[in-house]
Design a protein around this ligand. Structure first.
Ligand code: ADP
Ligand code: MG
Length: 398
C-alpha cells in the first residue's frame, strides 16, 4: 500500500520548557564486558536528545536491549549505556534501576529542565512486547510528551512504540524524521534504475522480501546465505550451504513473478566455498550450483562480483541490506568489500540498512560514500516493501 506519510515532528510539540518528554530511542547496542562496544546507535540519537535538552525539557529515555523476555538480566542492563551517553553528552545521565514503579516515578517527577534519565531495559517488563495497555499507561504516566527516535524498533507493535504515543501528544525525533524522509523517496518515487542488493543470514525473513521488493525495483542482486536456497530451488547442488528446502516453491514463484514483471534478478554464478566456517579455512572458488558436501558457500565469487558491480554502475538509486558473505572472516570478506566499493563508486543515491551491513561499511571506512546509513534493518526492509510500521503509523496525523 502506498502512503505518503507526513509525520508530526518535534516542531509540532510546542513549548518544551519544563515538560517531561518520554523519548523512545534505540540503544540496542553490542556490549562487551559491561561496556558499550559500538556506540553508533547512541550517537545517532544525540541530535534529538540535545534539542530536547536545549529546549528545557526533562528527558526520560527508554530503550530495549537484546531479548530478556520479560525478566531482569544483569548482562542486559542499560547501565553501561547510561554511562556512555553521559560521556557523549557531557552531563549526568541518571540510570534508573527499573522500567516502571515507584523509583522510576520518583526519578522522573524530580527531573529538572535539561536533565536526563535513562529507564532500565523496556523488555525486562513482559508488557512491552505484549503491548499491554496497563504497562503502556504506566510508561505514559512518567511524562507529558512523547518523542520516538527508535527507527530500528518502528516495525514492532510493542507498548513503548505503538501504544504510548496514543496516550500523549507525540512526535518523531530527528533521526526517525530523516529515516522516513529518505526511505519514503525510495518507496514512492525512486530515481531509476533502482537496484536492491540483498544478502545476509536471515534467510526466512528475507525470502519474503524478494517478492515484495520485486514490485518496486528494476534489478535485484541476491547474495549472502539466502542465495543458496534460490540456487538449490532451481536444481543446483549447494553442498552444506545454508538452505531452506521447505521454501523452494515459494522462492521459485517469487523469482518467476519478478522476472515476469521485467525485474532483472541476478543470482551468484560462482561462490567462495570451504569445508568449515573458520578464519583459517582454505577457500576455493567453484560454480555456485556445483558445491559438494562437505563444502559450503560462504561468499560470492569473483565472477559474481563483476556482474553485480556492472549492474550497480549505472544505478540511480541503490538500497543494500545484508552482507554478501561471512565478511567477519578474511577468506570470505571480499564479496562484501567489493560490492560495498561498487556502491560507493556509483553516483546514484545509496542507502544501506542492517546492523551487520553497517558494520561492514564502517569497517571499510566507506560510510561517507553512502548517502544514508539506516539505523533499522528489519524496519527499513518493511518500510521499503510498503508495509505499515506501527511506530510510524502512531505518529501520522489522524
Ligand atoms: P544485517 O544485520 O545487515 O541485516 P543479517 O543479520 O541478515 O544482516 O546477516 C549478517 C550475517 O550474515 C553476517 O554475520 C554474515 O556472516 C552472515 N552471512 C552472509 N553470508 C553468509 C553465508 N553464505 N553463509 C552463512 N552466513 C552468511
Ligand atoms: Mg544482523
Amino acid at each position: 500500500m502506498h502512503r505518503v506519510g507526513v509525520l508530526r515532528t518535534i516542531d509540532d510539540l510546542g513549548e518544551l520548557d519544563g515538560k517531561r518528554v518520554f523519548t523512545r530511542v534505540d540503544f540496542n547496542v553490542p556490549l562487551e564486558e559491561s561496556r558499550v562496544a559500538d556506540d553508533l546507535r547512541i550517537r545517532s540519537s544525540l541530535p534529538t536528545i540535545a534539542e530536547l535538552i536545549h529546549g528545557g525539557a526533562a528527558v526520560v529515555l527508554a530503550s530495549h536491549l537484546g531479548r530478556p523476555k520479560g525478566e531482569f538480566r544483569k548482562d542486559l542492563s542499560l547501565e553501561p549505556v547510561a554511562a556512555r551517553l553521559s560521556e557523549l553528552l557531557g552531563q549526568e545521565v541518571q540510570a534508573v534501576p527499573e522500567v516502571v514503579g515507584e523509583i522510576a516515578s520518583s526519578v522522573c517527577s524530580h527531573l529538572g529542565p535539561g536533565e536526563v534519565a535513562l529507564l532500565e531495559n523496556l523488555r525486562f517488563e513482559a508488557g512491552e512486547e505484549k503491548n499491554d495497555p496497563a504497562f503502556a499507561a504506566e510508561l505514559a504516566s512518567l511524562s507529558d510528551l512523547y518523542v520516538d527516535d527508535a527507527f530500528g524498533a518502528a516495525h514492532r507493535a510493542h507498548a513503548s512504540v505503538s501504544s504510548v504515543p496514543a496516550l500523549l501528544p507525540s512526535a518523531a525525533g530527528r533521526l526517525l524524521e530523516r529515516e522516513v524522509e529518505v526511505l519514503s523517496k525510495l518507496r514512492d518515487d525512486p530515481d531509476r534504475p533502482y537496484v536492491a542488493v540483498l544478502g545476509g543470514a536471515k534467510v526466512s525473513d528475507k525470502l519474503a522480501t524478494i517478492a515484495a521488493l520485486s514490485a518496486r525495483v528494476d534489478r535485484l542482486l541476491i547474495g549472502g546465505a539466502m542465495a543458496f536456497t534460490l540456487i538449490a530451488a532451481a536444481g543446483g547442488e549447494v553442498g552444506d550451504s545454508l538452505c531452506e528446502v521447505e521454501r523452494f516453491d515459494e522462492v521459485n514463484l517469487a523469482l518467476k513473478e519478478a522476472r515476469a514483471r521485467g525485474v532483472e534478478v541476478l543470482i551468484p554464478t560462482d561462490a567462495v566455498v570451504a569445508a568449515e566456517m573458520s578464519p583459517d579455512a582454505k577457500p576455493e572458488v567453484v560454480p555456485s550450483d556445483a558445491i559438494l558436501s562437505p563444502m559450503r558457500g560462504l561468499d560470492i565469487g569473483p565472477g559474481t562480483v563483476a556482474a553485480f558491480s556492472a549492474a550497480l554502475s549505472d544505478a540511480s538509486t541503490i538500497f543494500w541490506n545484508g552482507p554478501m558473505g561471512v565478511f567477519e572472516m578474511d577468506p570470505f570478506a571480499s564479496g562484501t568489500r567489493e560490492v560495498a566499493s561498487a556502491i560507493a563508486r556509483s553516483s546514484g543515491f545509496s542507502v544501506v540498512g542492517g546492523g551487520d551491513s553497517l558494520r561492514a561499511v564502517r569497517g571499510l571506512g566507506l560510510e561517507d560514500a553512502f548517502d544514508h546509513l539506516s539505523t533499522g534493518g528489519g524496519a527499513s526492509l518493511e518500510f521499503l516493501e510498503g508495509k505499515i510500521l506501527p511506530g510510524i503509523e502512531a505518529l501520522e496525523p489522524m
